[in-house]
Design a protein around this ligand. Structure first.
Ligand code: FAD
Ligand code: NAG
Ligand code: NAG
Ligand code: NAG
Ligand code: NAG
Ligand code: NAG
Ligand code: NAG
Ligand code: NAG
Ligand code: NAG
Ligand code: NAG
Length: 607
């Protein structure tokens, strides 16, 4: 009798409690209101909001494992330890020229392994998103005001303490949220040594860039200290999407199931006449020792939400018959929607590491790094700016033609490039990020800066190479294919060289050593030709891919509309970094949270 009562109590609990499981046994064949593909940054955000309604059931299927208790995940001070080809938490997608695009393969996705730096793009960059949509969709609010509302909704910002302010921390609390799930703050380990303020002062000194109090206020063309996505009141623990949206309600909500270590292999369709109706998803076990051969299914009463990240989302659409017929036909995949731009329009940034030889100063802290300079075209090119602007204006048609093809029209790209040029020229959207680094992974104090190109005109492609869903898609970023991208990277490095030489930062080193003599210095800061050879040799991919299922008018190559619905489907949405139509002058996570929070409200409103 006792045992029987216990069973009655336990059974329903096990079946219905919000839980994370790696066993498909009681999920296979089940039906949920929503199925979310990918338990990454955006996927868990959407699931967390949808399950606020206790009568809405949600299944999240995540390829990675639940590693929330792994210090490589929760300890932001261990950033980068988890990265690299062959590392279990990193997809490490190979791109051309031997480059790798890192991405989180674990619950929380890339928010579980990223650098945690918290910034946002220029107001005009978000406003441009609306300009690329149908006029009739303007009221949906894909602009700075709309995004700021949702970026704040995601956030719980802790203003800097007196101690942190003494170290240079600043903020504009009004642009941050104060009651959202994702914690942002300056860290306990914040550096108090001279190096971060020195970098800031030297940047101001040589480039004319202004010192501003906050890089999340929509005007990032400046240099400032910036917070991280971490919880100061929980020992600086990383505030990933898993930690923020899932952990607090785990075991509380009975309507949310997360299946880990399973790869979604395709979207199932109820219907092969347009517009397509998705009925659910097919999935298989996926661990570092198993590619499951058994295929399971789960069904969606309402919608399938694809949130597999900017590399895997287009791949899943293609595997499911949504994509360019010229890619799918040779693989014998029946093209259900000939949506040629799935996987096109890929925009990924490029970075180069520079360093100077430090003098013996105390860093006074453990990080993470906090100071960033975001110069505009005008600060990068100085007196040559007008010439550069004329070059951009004159070159847009040829750049568009060079990046078009494979189903992407030059006319569409020209319109998108004009919008991109407009924010660069008229709104001074930063073209370069200089991310100052005090030390790398436990090494002694150094004087380092990552210099990266933020707004490439080069456009890449993600496309499946086989019908095997376990196989990585082929990625062609087209690094520096538009020559202007390389000019910008070069200009950023020349400016960084000047900053190393300018006081007060110059007092903390005996001079630049990387590239140092590899790019001989001269009155111009080195020849462009030498810089270009060095950049092409050493550059890395930043791991900020966007645009592969872009939210734009269909004629511009859009894959989803303003409600994030895939064109010609009734109930498939994409909610992740794939939908950004253009790149931002920012670290992306705050903006991806904004997209996912806004998406959740759009989905709720459609119920
Ligand atoms: C190394 C690194 C450093 C970064 N540093 C910063 C930083 O300092 N600050 C910042 O703001 N941003 C940073 N970013 C960027 C930011 O983290 C990403 O832009 C953001 O997480 C993207 O969110 P997403 O939801 O699109 O994709 P993700 O967060 O990557 O989530 C996608 C999820 O889908 C899963 N998945 C993929 N395919 C399938 C499938 N078929 N079936 C099931 N699951 C699947 C993946 O395993 C993953 O969990 C960094 C990113 C990386 C990789
Ligand atoms: C495989 O995955 C498990 C579980 O995530 C992990 O503990 C183990 O280290 C991984 N092994 C390898 C070789 O990557
Ligand atoms: C298939 O699509 C058509 C056209 O949209 C629709 O009328 C029909 O109801 C759909 N059938 C199913 C089974 O969903
Ligand atoms: C596609 O199908 C044809 C005809 O059945 C077959 O000859 C060809 O090998 C298939 N191609 C692939 C990539 O499977
Ligand atoms: C650096 O300075 C510290 C403290 O001022 C001193 O203890 C240390 O010996 C110095 N190291 C070197 C290599 O000069
Ligand atoms: C820019 O032009 C001004 C005025 O002609 C000149 O004083 C200055 O030195 C120039 N700067 C550079 C970097 O060439
Ligand atoms: C270049 O284009 C921008 C944006 O389209 C425009 O504002 C600017 O006036 C143009 N400048 C020149 C020199 O043509
Ligand atoms: C899974 O499949 C991929 C692609 O076919 C392959 O590269 C990988 O080695 C496979 N992994 C295992 C554990 O079999
Ligand atoms: C751009 O890419 C195309 C196609 O791969 C190639 O032919 C061309 O040489 C590239 N151009 C540059 C400048 O890299
Ligand atoms: C800026 O540079 C000048 C000379 O190049 C120097 O005198 C001044 O101290 C620097 N400013 C700061 C804040 O160090």
């Amino acid at each position: 009798m006792f045992a029987f009562t216990l069973l009655l109590l336990l059974l329903p609990l096990r079946c219905v409690t919000a839980r994370v499981t790696s066993s498909p046994s009681d999920i296979d064949g089940e039906t949920y209101d929503y199925i979310v593909v990918g338990g990454g940054l955006a996927g868990l955000t959407v699931a967390g909001r949808l399950t606020e309604n206790p009568s809405t059931s949600v299944l999240v299927v995540e390829a990675g494992a639940d590693d929330r208790e792994n210090p490589e995940v929760y300890d932001v001070y261990e950033f980068a330890v988890a990265l690299g080809a062959g590392m279990p938490l990193d997809w490490a997608y190979p791109a051309e020229e031997g480059r790798t695009i890192e991405a989180g393969r674990t619950l929380g996705g890339s928010s579980s392994i990223n650098g945690a730096t918290w910034t946002r793009g220029s107001k005009a960059q978000y406003d441009a998103w609306a300009d690329l949509l149908e006029l009739s969709e303007a009221s949906v609010g894909w602009n700075w005001d709309g995004m700021l509302h949702y970026m704040k909704k995601a956030e719980n910002f802790k203003p800097p303490t007196a101690d942190q302010i003494a170290k240079g921390a600043e903020s504009i609390p009004a642009v941050h949220g104060s009651s959202g799930p994702v914690h942002s703050a300056f860290s306990h380990g914040m550096y108090g040594g001279p190096q971060q303020p020195a970098f800031l002062a030297s940047a101001v000194n040589v480039s004319g860039i202004v010192h501003c109090p906050d890089l999340s206020a929509g005007e990032p063309n400046c240099v400032s200290m910036t917070p991280c996505s971490l919880n100061y009141d929980d020992n600086d623990r990383r505030s990933s999407s898993a930690q923020s949206y899932l952990t607090p309600v785990e075991g509380v909500r009975t309507n949310w199931v997360t299946l880990t270590q399973h790869l979604v292999t395709k979207i199932l369709w109820a219907n092969t006449t347009l517009p397509l109706v998705a009925s659910g998803v097919e999935f298989a076990e996926y661990t570092n020792t198993t590619n499951g051969t058994t295929r399971y299914k789960a069904f969606a009463r309402k919608e399938v939400i694809v949130a597999a990240g900017a590399i895997r989302t287009p791949a899943l659409l293609q595997l499911s018959g949504v994509g360019d017929i010229d890619i799918l036909s040779p693989l014998n995949i029946t093209t259900l929607i000939d949506l040629k731009t799935v996987g096109k329009n890929l925009q990924e940034q490029t970075s180069t590491l520079t360093a100077a030889n430090p003098t013996n100063f105390s860093a006074d802290g453990t990080g993470p790094n906090n100071v960033i300079a975001f110069p505009s075209l005008f600060q990068l090119f100085g007196n040559a700016s007008d010439e550069k602007i004329a070059e951009i204006n004159a070159s847009i048609p040829s750049w568009a033609a060079s990046q078009a093809g494979h189903g992407y029209s030059a006319a569409a790209l020209e319109t998108i490039f004009r919008a991109q040029a407009d924010v660069i020229i008229n709104d001074k959207a930063p073209l370069i990020e200089m991310f100052y680094i005090t030390s790398v992974a436990g090494s002694p104090t150094a004087v380092i800066s990552n210099v990266w190109q933020l707004l490439p005109f080069s456009r890449g492609i993600v496309q499946i190479a086989s019908t095997d869903p376990f196989e990585y898609p082929a990625i062609q970023v087209n690094y520096f294919n538009v020559s202007f991208d390389l000019d910008v990277q070069t200009a950023g490095l020349k400016l960084m060289r000047k900053i190393y030489k300018a006081p007060p930062l110059s007092e903390l080193s005996t001079g630049e050593i990387l590239p140092g003599p590899l790019v001989p210095d001269d009155a111009e800061g080195g020849s462009d030709a030498d810089w270009e050879v060095w950049i092409r040799d050493v550059f890395t991919s930043v791991a900020h891919p966007v645009g592969t299922a872009a939210m734009m008018r269909r004629e511009l190559g859009g894959v989803v509309d303003a409600h994030l619905k895939v064109y010609d489907t009734v109930n498939v949405r994409v909610v992740d970094a794939s939908i950004f139509p253009t790149q931002l002058s920012a670290h992306l996570s705050s903006s991806v949270y904004g997209v996912a929070e806004k998406a959740a409200d759009l989905i709720k409103a459609a119920q």
